[in-house]
Design a protein around this ligand. Structure first.
Ligand code: SF4
Ligand code: SF4
Ligand code: SF4
Length: 774
């Protein structure tokens, strides 16, 4: 019956019918959870003003590693000096274009992973599979909320977000075509935009993984898992997974369990697939970061090698053949000209591999799981008799062939003294080679250059066998997002400075001096009550270090997101949760609306959340987009010395008087401070990085107590590593109340010499123009 313009249908009381559209009550609730902010699903132009504001304070500094362009057939063009390319582009825009291309590649890799994993999980669990991050997380998708303006409730809801990601990627990459953008500033804006989209894709990927694989939901006590070559039981058949996409390793663990083989096989991994697998099963062993790939394959321990995607050595087919291990490829990203046997009978595929087929491609994770397991079981006895590394006497004999030409030293990205180690090995002294094991990232460039074709990587590994195979470490499994309850506890002290900062160690393992430095950075800041978080290869590399008391960092420090914690968040895609934690400080502590409200949130983080990313071994294009995306949210990043090869930093050289901010309380322009001073900075040494990290955690919002704590750390670290007071200390002392009490006399004396004048602290600092001035 129709009454007053409304009618009821039995069983459809919860359905609202609009003309042309049916809206459920859930959708109405979704529409009303927060008013929509100004920039839902931003396009390239939507946040351009924010980028230009950032780039005004932190202008790009280019260090071209190549000043030619050969991207089109007009060229190649020489862009040195004032020259322009045939298309009109100059060197600055060309460098920025290359940065944009790198960020697009990195974003595509993460988005490819997200698309892959989401579509696979939808096949496994269905589109309606709920996203439930547990009782301690209400703000469950902070990047999605802020950028897209929605809250995903099911796996199916994530599909629309990836449509938006894919669309933005097309637009950003298209602007790198010949004859499009010509301004380096706008290339940078596009790089910042697409890198924010990278952060979004990573959040989609990890939320899908947590929901679909039931990974830990922010567990501060995530399991301590065994780590390193030494943790692998070599009496059992061994499967190693290398890459980033965990569907196949998860399916393999399930297959092994279903067939009662769990205690009969070893499943281990390298790079992020290792972390992901350990999030699924604590029995999975983590061998190490990507820098361990060639070492581990050369060791011959693996009976089957499985590759999925990203950061995998492209010559692993050749390397696997050298040790007689079949190679199984599992995604369209890596095909190596191997046959696609996804639709072939699994038993026949196993038979082929046992009969010497070098490898196959199987794109169905469940079919791959069966082939991987059955092949490993049957391959093990066939490979037992093989010896993969030279004996020590053979190492000596090989070293005798060395003609001491020094090409290995020149080729080594870390300038390691390979030639000297060879000279010692000729005499039967293997310490030189053994000492190379830790700083060597098994890249093999020395071997490629060696005039005598010496297997240098294998010689290093054999010489270091006691260290390599004798040690077992521990790593905390990746825990996933930071809990809302943790943010409630640390939000205020972080914004006021009383917890001096969040130090996020992220990215690859292209370390200048091995894993020890990233571990030392972590320990230095954890001891000082910073919150230390780690992801990806950095989280793995840190596990290979023992503190003075013999404990690993993960044994010694708690896994809680709190002062003094060392938190393994997870893999590369879990980096999204580090940015997510900063966003949640704004949402939970400051109660700022997130929905479609990027600028206000990024401004809050930049001015009030003392966080600093550290990509000490950043190597890949993914690391470029991770770092640049982090920058757009207002978080500075310190890179390692290889980071200058990204060719662009965001460095400020401004005088104190040039740092202008607004005080939201008064609406006035006020004198700011270089806090943070830079947005992306490649440090030359660990010592330089450590003092810089402490400085880059200073924020205008610090109260006096917070500023005292931050300055006491900055001064103490500067004295410890540089043996003097920081030369820019006067820039960070606003008034005498900021001076650490125990350092008062020394600092006051310094300030007087520097001609320091007190200034007012800013009540509510912002870089956004107050509304009345717009
Ligand atoms: S894109 Fe421009 S600078 Fe590059 S090769 Fe072509 S014309 Fe030369
Ligand atoms: S394999 Fe090791 S020693 Fe050889 S070039 Fe690479 S880092 Fe240097
Ligand atoms: S490149 Fe080969 S031959 Fe030359 S010094 Fe190095 S190890 Fe010896």
């Amino acid at each position: 019956m129709i009454k007053d313009g409304r009618f009821t249908l039995d069983g459809m009381e919860n359905v609202v019918i609009n003309i042309g559209k049916i809206t459920t009550e859930e959708e109405i609730a979704e529409q009303e959870w927060e008013p929509m902010g100004p920039t839902p699903k931003p396009g390239i132009l939507s946040l351009r003003n924010w980028d230009h504001r950032l780039l005004k304070d932190f202008p790009p500094f280019y260090a071209p590693i190549c000043d030619m362009c050969c991207l089109c057939t007009y060229g190649k063009c020489d862009l040195t000096g004032d020259r322009k390319g045939a298309c009109g582009i100059d060197i600055a825009a060309q460098q920025a274009r290359m940065v944009l291309i790198a960020c697009c590649i990195g974003t595509a890799a993460h988005a490819g992973h997200a698309n892959h994993v989401l579509h696979e999980l939808i096949k496994w669990r269905g589109r309606d599979h709920p996203i439930d991050l547990g009782p301690h997380i209400d703000v469950e998708a902070p990047i999605i909320r802020t950028v897209v303006g929605t809250i995903p409730k099911t796996l199916g809801d994530l599909e629309g977000i990836l449509d938006y990601v894919n669309q933005q990627l097309v637009h950003a990459l298209s602007s790198a075509h010949t004859g499009q953008e010509g301004s380096y500033i706008d290339f940078e804006s596009k790089a910042l935009h697409i890198s924010m989209i990278d952060n979004l894709a990573k959040e989609v990927a990890d939320i899908a993984q947590i929901a679909g694989f039931d990974f830990p939901k922010g567990d501060p006590d995530a399991a301590l898992i065994e780590f390193g070559f030494g943790s692998v039981d070599r009496t059992k058949p061994i499967i190693v997974f290398i890459g980033h996409y965990p569907a196949v390793s998860v399916a393999t663990i399930d297959y092994i369990e279903e067939h009662g083989l769990s205690d009969k096989m070893e499943v281990c991994g390298i790079c992020c697939t290792a972390i992901e697998t350990s999030r699924y099963s604590a029995s999975a062993k983590v061998i190490g970061p990507l820098s361990m790939q060639l070492f581990f394959v050369r060791s011959g321990i693996a009976d089957v090698i499985v590759l999925d995607e990203q950061c995998v050595r492209t010559d692993l087919l050749e390397e696997a053949q050298k040790v007689g291990a079949p190679l199984i490829l599992t995604t369209d990203k890596i095909c190596y000209n191997l046959p696609d046997v996804t639709n072939r009978d699994s038993d026949k595929v196993v038979e082929d591999l046992l009969n010497g087929a070098p490898g196959v491609l199987i794109s169905d994770p469940h079919k791959a799981a069966k082939v991987i397991t059955e092949t490993a079981l049957k391959m093990k006895p066939k490979r037992d008799a093989l010896n993969h590394l030279p004996e020590l006497e053979e190492v000596r004999e090989l070293a005798e062939e060395c003609i001491e030409c020094g090409w290995c030293d020149r080729a080594c990205p870390n300038s390691l003294p390979v030639k000297d180690a060879m000279i010692k090995a000729k005499e039967g002294d293997f310490k030189g080679l053994s000492d190379l094991f830790s700083p060597c990232m098994s890249c093999g460039r020395c071997e490629s250059e060696c005039k005598k074709d010496l297997p240098i990587v294998s010689m290093i590994l054999k010489s270091a066998q006691e260290i390599a195979f004798g040690e077992t470490y521990t790593m905390r499994a990746g825990r996933g997002p930071v809990l809302d309850t943790e943010i409630r506890k640390v939000g205020a002290p972080l914004v006021l400075g009383e917890i001096p900062g969040i130090v996020a160690l992220v990215g690859c393992s292209n370390f200048p001096d091995g894993e020890v430095e990233v571990a030392k950075i972590a320990e230095e800041f954890a001891r000082r009550n910073y919150i230390v978080v780690a992801t990806g290869c950095s989280a793995m590399a840190m596990a290979m270090y023992r503190c003075e008391d013999g404990q690993t960092l993960y044994e010694k420090y708690p896994g809680t997101f709190d002062a003094g914690g060392i938190v393994n968040i997870g893999s590369c895609v879990a980096n999204a949760h580090v940015i997510g934690a900063a966003i949640k400080v704004a949402a939970i502590f400051a109660r700022l609306p997130l929905r479609g409200n990027f600028e206000e949130i990024a401004d809050y983080i930049l001015n009030k959340v003392g966080a600093c990313g550290v990509a000490w071994g950043a190597m890949s294009q993914k690391a470029a987009s991770i770092g640049t995306g982090t920058n757009r949210w207002g978080i500075p990043v310190v890179l390692g010395p290889h980071g200058s090869k990204y060719r662009r930093a965001y460095i400020s050289n401004k005088e104190l008087s040039e740092w202008e901010l607004y005080d939201k309380r008064t609406g006035e322009v006020v004198e700011g401070e270089p806090a943070p001073e830079h947005l992306a900075y490649p440090a030359e040494t660990m010592e330089e990085a450590i003092v810089l990290i402490a400085k880059l955690c200073i924020r205008p919002s610090d109260n006096s107590k917070g500023r005292q704590i931050k300055l006491s750390n900055y001064v103490d670290l500067y004295k410890k590593y540089m043996k003097t007071l920081p030369p820019d200390l006067h820039l960070f002392v606003r008034n005498e109340r900021d001076i650490p009490i125990t350092m008062k006399d020394e600092i006051m004396e310094y300030l007087e010499e520097a001609g320091w004048e007190p200034r007012k602290a800013i009540g509510d600092p912002t870089r956004l123009v107050p509304e009345e001035e717009v």
